[in-house]
Design a protein around this ligand. Structure first.
Ligand code: 5AD
Ligand code: SF4
Length: 469
């Protein structure tokens, strides 16, 4: 190889599970590995490195990882029989929580590392090449991974293009809700410095981002240090981001109700780019259960907070997470949740049956609720939530909304995008509008999506009709 040749491209396949933060982390892992010659591919079969970026929130998460690993092992063996190598890695929250167990049960895995260690990937790759066994890195390092990362190259996006991008500003959690593994897998709460966040946001916008979703396990407890040494809250950060040329939409997720401060509420009033849609998990409508969950809000405090937010931004729509069948939840507690859902009028939500996570306090609580009871409550709650979502979508018909088109539609001549309320919207539109925001008249409200007409076309049709009449 002469000095001008780049290293031969190696195929990197990353499979991402779980939350948006994992999507962001996967993009950063690809960035960190790029200088070693790794190029992302869409299939694991023949890859030189496969990373499973795992999520520990859902039930039986570890079992699913083991069954995926079983399949990947066959690819690895085939590759080895052809004289190649496949580096197999498990990253993310299952790796953090079950690292030693993975190494024991799946000794053919080369690297196991938690969410705080991926800046050390190049070093781990070198160690894995030297070592005969798996490299395990599940410490919580003293240094922050954000300080050791290359400038992001690959935008992490929910869509198919770069017009909507994720940006992690905060990570970890100190709240210790009694059902949740996150404080154990993602570690202590940490906020990235303001200058880093702004620089990354500007870079994303220069590459075509029109929408940025700020990410954090507890994003509204953001308290990043500014250059002058002061700490900025999320409201201040949002105001500054709104100054970036070309950035039309700002979102943030996930929020902790007790940490929503007045400045953030004021930002909802003052900053038009801050979208009128907020994911604000309440989990339960029963004070007794909220207390047992160690949530630091009661149901009435949540109601009062929503009232304040709506006073600041009257068109605000809310989404939430719910857990039904938490230990000790009675019929009455569940009815409190049901009533809260009706009162707040959530337009979207994720709802789950409580499932014990080993090592969390709730797993050892007495009065675990029986499965059939949990199932019946979940069905009732989801029926209500779905009905509210359908009603909201139907009520959107006739409204004019700005839609950000971030992917092609399934049929030729169609684009798909997102409304300010995150509803998928399908519109007949030319490809030239991809990656941009356009005004759309909503014509159809389905259960999970909307249909519409470009206002431009609607005006033209209107004129044509007048001419014909
Ligand atoms: N059981 C059920 N749902 C859970 N969640 C977190 N931990 C559990 C658990 N042990 C839900 C919460 C949280 C969402 C991301 O997942 O509702 O907000
Ligand atoms: Fe988990 Fe509670 Fe922290 Fe959210 S706030 S990540 S539910 S411990």
């Amino acid at each position: 190889m002469n000095g001008n040749e780049r290293p031969l491209a190696k195929k990197l396949y990353i499979r991402t599970f779980g939350c948006q933060m994992n999507v962001y982390d996967s993009a950063r892992m690809a960035d960190v590995l790029a200088p070693l010659g790794y190029v992302p591919v869409d299939q694991p079969d023949d890859a030189d490195m496969v990373i499973l970026n795992t999520c520990h929130i859902r039930e039986k998460a570890a079992e699913k990882v083991f069954s995926d690993l079983g399949r990947l092992r066959a690819f690895k063996q085939r590759k080895a029989s052809e004289g190649g190598t496949m580096v197999l890695a498990v990253a993310g929250c299952v790796a953090q929580a079950e690292g030693a167990e993975i190494v024991r049960r799946a000794p053919y895995v080369d690297m196991v590392f938690g969410p705080q260690a991926y800046h050390r990937l190049p070093e781990m790759v070198a160690r894995a090449a030297r070592a005969g066994g798996a490299v395990l890195d599940t410490d919580f390092p003293e240094e922050s991974k954000f300080d050791h990362m290359v400038a992001p190259e690959r935008p992490a996006t929910p869509g198919a293009d770069a017009s909507s991008a994720f940006l992690t500003i905060q990570e970890g959690c100190d709240k210790f809700c009694t059902y949740c593994v996150v404080p154990y897998t993602r570690g202590a709460e940490y906020s990235r410095p303001v200058a880093d966040v702004l620089a990354e946001a500007r870079r994303l916008c220069a590459r075509g981002a029109r929408e940025i979703t700020l990410l954090g396990q507890n994003v509204n407890c953001y308290h990043g240090r500014a250059v002058d040494g002061r700490e900025w809250g999320l409201g201040r950060l949002v105001r500054e981001l709104a100054e970036i040329e070309g950035l039309s939409r700002i979102r943030y997720t996930t929020s902790y109700p007790a940490d929503v401060d007045d400045d953030l509420i004021a930002a909802h009033r003052d900053v038009p780019q801050l979208m009128p849609y907020l994911h604000l998990p309440v989990q339960s409508g029963s004070d007794r259960i909220l207390k047992a969950m160690n949530r630091r809000h009661g149901a009435d405090a949540y109601r009062a907070l929503v009232e304040k937010l709506r006073a600041a931004r009257p068109d605000l729509a809310l989404s939430s997470d719910f857990i039904v069948g938490f230990p000790g939840e009675s019929d009455r507690d569940f009815e409190d949740t049901y009533r809260l859902v009706e009162e707040i009028g959530f337009v979207q939500a994720y709802s789950f049956k409580y499932s014990p996570r080993p090592g969390t306090p709730a797993a050892d609580m007495a009065m675990q609720v029986e499965e059939p009871v949990k199932g019946a409550r979940l069905t009732r709650l989801q029926d209500l939530l779905n009905a509210q979502q359908r009603r909201f979508n139907a009520d959107c018909v006739g409204r004019r909304m700005d839609i950000l088109f971030d992917r092609l539609g399934k049929r030729a001549g169609q684009l798909a995008g997102r409304s300010p309320y995150m509803q998928p919207v399908i519109v007949d539109a030319s490809k030239s509008l991809l990656g941009g925001v356009a005004a759309v008249r909503i014509t159809d409200g389905h259960a999970n999506s909307l249909g519409g007409l470009l206002v431009e076309d609607e005006d033209r049709d209107g004129v044509r009709k007048k001419v014909c009449a």
